[in-house]
Write a new protein. Structure first.
Length: 255
């Protein structure tokens, strides 16, 4: 873990506890290279959303230790999708925790093979990256294969782990992208939202832009206070609404 990652982990863990103190769960944000993992703890049970880039297992261990937890507290691992920067530490975390792994049916075959193609680019630079990645950097798409324990479709109730929690289908970035929604409070959305590029939260990669925007509608309808993306800082509902309005207006103008 780099000093900047360690500082970010300490600050975000503390920030997450303050607003969550009256709720039934706590959110611990964990920087995992250039992507995020999130540990949601309720009644001593940990649900981990995504497992970051390869070689970042120490970041998970540090987050657990700082919150008086161990790997065995992690009982479920949710993969919002199966790109390498979200599955990089999956096999090792599963081995050390014994947690079940949950994935969408459309991502299952990729997870079992340990390779997921780069998605299509939505911007000029990401189109170049996608083309290069799928032709010259195929090895970058690979990760250690894992057989999932829970395979879901459009919706799946997770109330036994976190009160009011459920999985919903949010395709677009990939066909099998999913989000974890907790009531109207929080949503963990993987790369359906991307809070790194100034001016909005539109991801630089998406296999189907039309479905992605439909998934944005679904997330807006959930009316969550905060959306936790796979890359970048948490996103308030209002920022998502503004980004959606800008993107759909621009799309209409291009017609």
């Amino acid at each position: 873990m780099t000093p900047s990652e360690d500082k970010r982990l300490n600050l975000e863990s503390l920030k997450s506890k303050r607003p969550e103190c009256e709720k039934s769960y706590t959110v611990i944000s964990i920087p995992m290279g250039h992507s995020n993992s999130y540990l949601i703890v309720s009644a001593g049970m940990g649900v981990l959303v995504d497992t970051g880039c390869p070689g970042k297992i120490k970041n998970i261990q540090t987050a657990l230790e700082q919150n008086n937890l161990v790997f065995q507290n992690i009982v479920l691992i949710i993969l919002t999708h199966t790109h390498y920067d979200h599955t990089g530490c999956l096999a090792e975390i599963k081995k050390r925790s014994g947690a079940k792994v949950l994935v969408h049916a459309s991502e299952k075959r990729f997870l079992e093979k340990g390779i997921t193609p780069f998605p299509r680019g939505t911007m000029w630079f990401s189109k170049m990256i996608s083309d290069i990645g799928n032709s010259l950097m195929v090895s970058k798409s690979k990760y250690q294969p894992v057989n999932p324990d829970v395979v879901v479709g459009n919706e799946y109730d997770l109330g036994k782990y976190i009160p009011g929690a459920k999985i919903i289908s949010t395709p677009g970035h990939t066909a099998g992208s999913i989000s974890l929604v907790i009531g109207n409070d929080a949503a963990f959305v993987g790369d359906t939202l991307f809070n790194v590029i100034p001016g909005g939260v539109f991801p630089p990669f998406a296999d189907d832009i039309r479905k992605l925007l439909e998934s944005w509608q679904t997330l807006i309808a959930a009316s969550c206070s905060t959306y936790f993306p796979g890359h970048g800082r948490p996103i308030p509902l209002q920022k998502l609404k503004i980004s959606y309005e800008k993107k759909t207006k621009r799309s209409k103008e291009d017609l």
